[in-house]
Design a protein around this ligand. Structure first.
Ligand SMILES: [Ca+2]
Length: 232
């Protein structure tokens, strides 16, 4: 594969969403669906599934991604909330709430995962998700739904979705339709707006919480806090 490494026949390699098998001195490659990846880190830096970058620094709970999108028959949602620190203008960590089919709620906060099972939870549902610690990260996998959450136990959260979710999700992570131009769509509307109006529209209904009215750049504030927040 051009890396100078020697592979033996039958060996598999995955690269750029292709799976290649070594056979008879050449590679036989098949395209595999590329998962979508959305991430949030630091003081509200976002990259959507369609690779749109923007900044939105709100202190409420927001929908990062869901498949309800106004249909009232959603099967999962991921909500995030910044946990402020220091002079209260910077984000120290994020608390993340994953709801699966209304059956279980997993809350990632204080460097750990807590779970709450709801009515309708059965023993068979235990295989719905798995939780692993890999190095500094906690990884939640929901293989049957093609959903993976990777959390660094502080501010960085990455969500990976199988390509089957293409154009079937919404939230701060965008709609995953491979077009970054339409990612900042206001909740419940087709209007594309500024990061401020867009971010505010994805605020969770409860508890009550104010809109962000102006963008705050952390460098304007306390330089000690900025350095501290970046280390986290
Ligand atoms: Ca899009």
């Amino acid at each position: 594969m051009g890396s100078g490494k020697v592979f033996s026949a039958g060996q598999h390699v995955k690269t750029n969403c292709k799976t290649c098998v070594c056979g008879q001195g050449q590679w036989d490659c098949k395209d595999e669906p590329c998962p979508g990846k959305c991430q949030v880190y630091g003081n509200g830096h976002y990259q959507t599934f369609d690779s749109k970058w923007y900044r939105y620094d709100g202190q409420c709970q927001y929908t990062l991604v869901e498949d309800d999108c106004g249909t009232r028959n959603g099967t999962f949602s991921v909500r995030v909330e910044s946990v402020p620190c220091c002079d209260e203008a910077l984000t120290c960590s994020r608390s993340i709430v994953l709801n699966l089919q209304g059956k279980v709620t997993l809350t990632l906060s204080d460097m750990k995962v807590t779970r709450r099972h709801h009515e309708g939870w059965t023993l068979q549902d235990h295989s719905l998700y798995s939780t692993h610690t890999v190095g500094l990260y906690i990884i939640i996998s929901v293989p049957s739904r093609g959903i993976t959450l990777i959390w660094d136990k502080h501010t960085r959260i990455t969500i990976e979705l199988h390509e089957n979710w293409r154009n079937r999700v919404c939230g701060l992570c965008g709609n995953f339709d491979f077009n970054e131009m339409n990612d900042l769509q206001i909740s419940g509307s087709a209007v594309v707006s500024s990061p401020l109006a867009f971010g505010n529209s994805w605020k969770a209904a409860t508890p009550p919480c104010s809109d962000v009215t102006k963008e705050i750049f952390p460098c304007d504030r306390n330089s000690y806090c900025l350095a501290w927040a970046q280390r986290r």
